[in-house]
Every structure is written in C-alpha cells, then in structure tokens.
Write a new protein. Sequence first.
Length: 356
Amino acid sequence: MRVLVADDDVTIRSELAELLREDGHEVDTAADGAEAIRKLETVGFDVVLLDLVMPRANGLDVLRRARVSTPRTAVIMVTGRATVDAAVEAMKSGAMDFIEKPPELEAIQGALRAVAEEQRARLMLSAPPRIDALSLLLEESAQRNALLAVMGPTGAPPKAAGRVVRISEDARPPDGLTPKQLYQINASVEAHLSGVERPVLYLACLGALVTVHGTEDVRAWVRQVRARCDGARGTLIVAGAPPELRGQIESDLASEEADAGLQGMLESIANPTRRAIVSYVFASGPVAYSAILKRNFVDSSSKLSFHLQKLQADGLLTKAGGGAYALTEDGRRAWRVVRALSEERQHPSVLFAPRG
C-alpha cells in the first residue's frame, strides 16, 4: 500500500514511517496539515495516518479536504487519549478508524488490513466480474463436462462444450434444430440444467432466432433461461448477440441491481467492522450491546458505539425489546445481497463473450 504519515512529532512520524516500510509499504511523510493536503492532492495514496492536532491545518481540516479531493484515500486518525472524542467525531466525518498514541505496530497493521478488506468489499459491491472470469469458467466447466452450447449456424463453439445444439433453417435433430423449434430447444436446455451440477449454458449467434421470433420474444426467452440457470446455480454466457438484443439483456440486468437506498446500505457494510456486526446479528438474532462488545470487533467501546450508531442511522439496525440490537428488514435484505454478491463473484450468473 502507498501510505502517507502526517504528524508534526518528528519522532512518531519517522518511527511510523520506518515500521511501515519494514512491513512492505511504500511510505511518504508530512510534517503539518498543509503539507499533508498538498501531498494528498498531488500524489495518490491508499491510506493516510493522520495526526489530529497539527499546525497549519489540523487533522479534521485535512480529513474534510481529503473527503472531497481524494475520496478513495482511507483516513486513519492518530490521536492522544485526551482527543478520543474528537477522533470519534472524525469517524463521523469520514475517517475509517482511529489509533491512540503511542501507536503500536499491531494496531496499525490491523487498521491497514481493515482498509484492504474494505477496498475489496467495495470492488465486490460495484465492479463486474474479473476480465478472466470467462476463460476460467470455460476451463472449469470443461473438466466437469458441464457446458451446453446453443448456437446459430455460424461461429465456433467453445472447446469446453460437451454438447452443441445448432440452430439453422436446414438443421437436423437431435443436435440441429430450426429457429421455429423453440420447444425442442427449451427441452435440450432444460435437460442440461437439471442434469448437471452448476451447469454452464453458452448462447451464441442468436440472429436466426431474432429473425423468426423478434427481439422482444427472444429477450423474454433469454430472461426465462437466465432464471432457470439461476435456479440451478449455473451460469449463462451470451456471445455474439445482435446489438439491440444485447442492449436489452444488459438493461434487464441493470434494472435488477440495487436501488439507491439499498446501495447506500451496502456502502455502509463495506466497512469490515460493520459487516462483522451485521453478520453476527443476522446469525444470532437480537443481541445485547455487551454481547457485541465481547466479540472484540473493535478495540474500544467508543468505536463500537460509533459503528452501532452508524448502522442505525443507515437503517440496518434497530433497538429491539430490552435494548437489544436487531436487524431491520432492510438490514436483512442488504446482508442477503452481500452474501449473494460474494457468491456471484465466485460463480457469475451471466457473462458476455465476444462472437464465437
């Protein structure tokens, strides 16, 4: 990671920088708030360790500037005991965590691991599957003989295909069907989806189907096939679809993604501490503050109180009977989405491929 250490105490600044370099990080330093702002805005950093009290711009000023100018840089406050309350306020303003002085290597390493976990979570919640997901999936499905290719008259099927069904006007069964034989095509698809664990279905060169049935009907058919793939925990690959059809399929996928309110809740539990709390409450049911504290998700009660307040403010947690914390319906929904997205990254449900 690229780390900026901003502290006006030269001893703390130099010792922290040395420890982080020995731990394998690329480190720069700043001796005051103004220098920290300048470096944050001219050099890219993954994280800044930011002293709360500095000359020429205090830590809160630097934090507020960073949230606007470099929002992807994680901010960890470094503070003395007398300023813990201010550090909690800094977390409300966007700091990810705070560490009390004198900072210990273990605490710093834990905070940096949390930054890395949050970055991975945000990628999981926002990014499409990896570029190599298609080739990896084809290779894995070939080993299991789990891929059925349903293709138009042109194009080469993937080498991984255990069976290829061609769709053309002069096709001959059982592995050749005409565009009008949609019932028989569905029967082949259904037999594959129900007969293989984690099936993979490769649809390619669907122009012949579009010519006979029209884009809207083929779009509805693909939607139906995709639902069946989802139900079988399988993956649908669409290759070489006519541009209008592909656009409509992508539109269907986009319409099913999280709405703005849910997206905000997902952003909240990208934080590893809040994600751990939500997971624990989801699994345990309503739990008391003391029970959550004993799980040691954080190293201080003030941090735990902040994260619980944040989860309540974001609509994920609520106070149940007796003061216990419970997930709201939205909280349960958000957690199910997180789990589904995690599985989706391992086994994508829909992938697009170039024309075969």
